[in-house]
Design a protein around this ligand. Structure first.
Ligand code: ATP
Ligand code: MG
Length: 439
């Protein structure tokens, strides 16, 4: 008996078949995408991760058995096609395959939970319920190929810049910022939470002497609201650097975004084409707008915003329209940023906090951090938090904590920008939102 893996071992992926191969025998394995039976001739489209191959079966040239095998093809069944390459102007990649053998590898149940050939997209819920099938569509898998390349670039970039990759606990005893957006869990006889950010741990790493660290990991936020840009579980890219200023880490972030864009342009043009998305390549340095200027711009467009307000959705839209593309918002009021953010030395009402925006979407927040134990303690109390619940974190600041800065960037939100996705759910394999916990 032939081993099943020998049977389905392909000689080429769809995109590797070219008219130069005319006359050669090739083997293609994939899912039956579409069947068109015109009577005298049958076309079967076979899809693999890189494209689509056309099987062409003219009844005049093939045996009855072969025609019966071709006609037995069922949508989304996995088959291996062996056949001869023939040039064809109309077929994908300019070639069609005349079959000499068809092996059925695994039969698909019908009806399908989702039609992979539908021109009009199914509802998001239907798609997410059948995500494995949704990803068979090339315009869906393209998003994840781009996300993959982005993460690959991010890791390489950090390694090239002498960072150490860290992984910190996601089971934590207390809140990072004291907010209410926490998922409580039962941890044996204690209460614990899912981590909303690696912030406290990456800062503690500054006291280890490793200097520059990064983490790519999940963050959990019990956001009640259901939006196109928030999930309850998101992927965060975090960087923290000792002996580096706010400006240094802003420069790093900007350079990283440029490197990602350049790499995608070089390696993922095919996926960008499939998505019909033109990558926004930042040419000029990212503009910097201080918070007070944002306030003026927003108010001059008839959206009310007072000093000390965070950006409302309406305000984000106004400033996004004005600024376009990538830009930084700086000099945020100290009062509305987390306790660990360093206030400006000359004007402590203002802080070293910055947000990186893309149009109306916040991509990243960062700042110089407080490294003085006394000031940190004061700020925790000033935010009505209990220093006792930060005891172990605070300890790291008493034995030689370097001055440091860092940021956290939403990897799913960045993927939205890089792929043109309007809904963050498009960029996550199995999104977790207010209503969705499976699959
Ligand atoms: P927003 O104001 O948009 O809710 P935030 O200021 O609460 O975001 P931060 O705590 O600054 O978020 O987190 C850093 C980054 O992590 C954000 O800029 C964003 O890109 C990403 N992020 C935060 N919360 C979420 C979420 N619920 N879903 C997806 N990404 C998120
Ligand atoms: Mg933020």
């Amino acid at each position: 008996m032939t081993d099943i893996f020998d049977k389905c071992k392909r000689t080429h992926y769809s995109n590797e078949l070219t008219p130069e191969l005319a006359g050669e025998t090739v083997k293609v394995t994939g899912w039956v995408h579409e069947i068109r039976d015109l009577g005298g001739i049958v076309f079967v489209l076979i899809r693999d991760k890189n494209g689509i191959t056309q099987l062409t079966a003219p009844s005049k040239k093939l045996t009855e058995e072969m025609m019966a095998d071709v006609r037995a093809a069922r949508k989304e069944t996995i088959i291996t096609l062996t056949g001869t390459v023939q040039e064809s102007g109309k077929a994908p990649n300019g070639v069609e395959i005349i079959p000499t053998n068809i092996d059925v590898i695994n039969v698909s149940k019908l009806p399908l939970p989702l039609d992979t050939t539908e021109k009009v997209d199914a509802e998001m819920d239907t798609r997410l319920d059948a995500r494995f099938m949704d990803l068979r569509k090339h315009d869906v898998s393209a998003i994840f190929k781009i996300k993959n390349e982005m993460l690959h670039t991010v890791r390489n970039y950090f390694y090239d810049h002498d960072f150490t990759e860290i992984t910190t606990p996601k089971l934590v005893a207390s809140a990072t910022e004291g907010g209410t957006e926490l998922f409580p869990i039962t941890y044996f006889e204690k209460e614990a939470f899912l981590g909303q950010s690696p912030q406290l741990y990456k800062q503690m790493m500054m006291a280890t002497g490793l200097d520059s660290v990064f983490e790519i990991g999940q963050i959990f936020r019990a956001e009640e609201h259901d939006t196109l840009r928030h999930l309850n579980e998101a992927l965060s890219i975090d960087a923290e650097m000792s002996f580096r200023s706010q400006q240094d880490v802003m420069d790093l972030l900007e350079d990283l975004i440029r490197t990602i864009s350049a790499n995608l342009l070089e390696k993922n043009q095919n996926e960008l084409d499939i998505l019909g998305h033109e990558l926004d390549i930042p040419k000029e340095p990212f503009p910097v707008v201080p918070y007070e200027e944002v306030l003026d711009i927003v108010n001059s467009h008839d959206v009310e915003m007072n000093y000390g307000d965070d950006l409302s959705r309406a305000a984000e839209k106004v400033i996004g329209d004005q600024m376009g593309s990538y830009y930084f918002i700086t000099e945020w009021p100290t009062a509305i940023k987390p306790f660990y953010v360093m206030p400006n030395s000359d004007d402590p009402e203002k802080s070293t906090a910055f947000d990186l925006m893309y149009r109306d979407l916040e991509l990243s927040s960062g700042s110089q951090r407080i490294h003085s134990y006394d000031l940190l303690y004061q700020q925790i109390e000033a935010k009505d938090l209990n220093p006792d619940s930060f005891e172990k974190y605070l300890e790291a600041f008493q034995y030689g904590m370097p001055p440091h800065s860092g940021w956290g960037m939403g990897a799913d939100r960045l993927t939205m920008v890089l792929t043109g996705a309007q809904n963050i759910r498009e960029t996550v394999l199995f999104p977790r939102d207010r209503r969705r916990l499976t699959p």
